[in-house]
Ligand binder design. Sequence first.
Ligand SMILES: O=C(O)c1ccccc1N[C@@H]1O[C@H](COP(=O)(O)O)[C@@H](O)[C@H]1O
Length: 215
Amino acid sequence: MTRVKLCGLTRPEDVRAAVELGFDALGFILVPTSPRRVTFEAVAALRPLVPPFVAVVAVVAGAAEEELDRLVASRLFDAVQFHGGETPDLVASVPLRRIVALSVAERGDLDRARDYGGVADAFLLDTKWGGKRGGTGRSFDWNVLRGFDFGRPIVLAGGLGPENLKRAVEAVGPDAVDLNSRLESAPGVKDRRLMEEAMRVLGRPGPVGEGRGRG
Ligand SMILES: O=C(O)c1ccccc1N[C@@H]1O[C@H](COP(=O)(O)O)[C@@H](O)[C@H]1O
């Protein structure tokens, strides 16, 4: 089964919908330049809506050591997605699950995975485009991944939505997919219909609790 992370959540109704639809992980973007940026305080307010079996992921880019210390101390997150080329030493210093994002346009971009071999719990493969950190809404040429051994689970990201998810999963066979801007009506505003459609394409069950585990 392909696991699914929904990223860039900012609103309680979207968190509730994601939990109800069975997303496996929810991402909260702490990157100051992101239109989906949330504060620790905002995440603290949303956190009680997330049951213990759904992972909560902090997305950072170019974070300083002090911010990472604060992040860990907050106890809000199960994992950190490093989206800004943080050094392997800095990544290794974080005592949570560590997802290292690689910006990919060509095969050579994958070489950086070797630097993080001992410290990444998973690699997230996102589109390198226009100097942006993430959230580009664009996919990259998945052929460049062919035969590359990451030695860790991989999360495919970058412009994934209902229209290309099936092809992406068939082409790459990722352990998980990461969905973000293609499920939105505006940055940080998720569209429930698109969320449902994405889960349907992935062959995931309908809303949790619907016809299952009740009475
Ligand atoms: O979405 C953002 O604004 C963002 C900003 C800075 C770092 C990461 C960001 N999002 C991540 O980008 C990928 C792909 O998003 P998309 O599907 O192309 O919109 C996803 O992993 C998000 O976590």
